[in-house]
Design a protein around this ligand. Structure first.
Ligand code: GRF
Length: 210
């Protein structure tokens, strides 16, 4: 039985959620997961610098240069050869094909900066999510960690945290509050929960086989 689940984190940008995961592994909060690879869809993503500082192997694959099929083939190859059995999307700005997602059932998780099923699905990413929440006048928003399936933001919900919307909020201010109060808090906790469950599953599979 494996004591820790290997994790590949897929990124495209600043990587503050990646940092929260790195810090959680270091502090012991992410006790049953070990980040073995950081894969970026942008060569200049600051997330890669965070990986380098933490001593985690980093890779960059650019979809436009490789074409969609080769892009995903390289990601899968890197995930598999790094020994990762859980993929964590942390600000990864590229939608993975149904083919890719089906290869890793219940093994890909994502964080969305709203309370799913609000303000989610195709086209809802980045500041747009917070713009729409403000436009609609909701008093509460938040973040959701969910499994990834073939429907954008449609997989099983793992964890959510609510955040208040305040008078005078701009999309940028709200985005920051959602990150600080929800995303950076629940992503490491949700990752730990999924890792623990995967270890349990592996243990049970072992029992069935023996
Ligand atoms: C976060 O808002 C996350 O919810 C969304 O993309 C953003 C990533 O930010 N999926 P960072 O790269 O983790 O700083």
């Amino acid at each position: 039985m494996k004591e820790k689940i290997g994790i590949a984190v897929l990124v495209s940008g600043g990587g503050t959620n990646l940092q929260a995961l790195i810090d959680a592994e270091r502090s012991g909060l992410l006790e049953h997961g070990h980040i073995v690879a950081v894969i970026s869809s942008q060569r200049d993503a600051y997330a890669l610098e965070r990986a380098r500082i933490a001593g985690i192997p980093g890779y960059a694959f650019v979809r436009k240069e490789l074409g969609a099929d080769e892009f995903e083939r390289r990601i899968a190859e890197t995930v598999d050869s790094s020994g990762a059995s859980l993929i964590i999307l942390a600000g990864f700005m590229s939608i993975l094909s149904e083919n890719f997602v089906k290869k890793y059932p219940d093994r890909i998780i994502n964080i969305h900066p709203a309370l799913i099923p609000s303000f989610c699905g195709k086209g809802y990413y980045g500041l747009r999510v917070h713009e729409e929440a403000l436009k609609r006048g909701v008093k509460i928003t938040g973040a959701t960690v969910h499994f990834v399936n073939e429907i954008p933001d449609g997989g099983r919900i793992i964890m959510q945290k609510a955040v208040p919307v305040r008078k005078g909020d701009t999309p940028e201010i709200l985005q920051q509050r959602v990150m600080r109060q929800a995303e950076w808090k629940i992503y490491p906790r949700a990752a730990e929960k999924v890792c623990r469950e995967l270890i349990e599953k592996e243990k049970n599979n072992g029992k069935v086989q023996s």
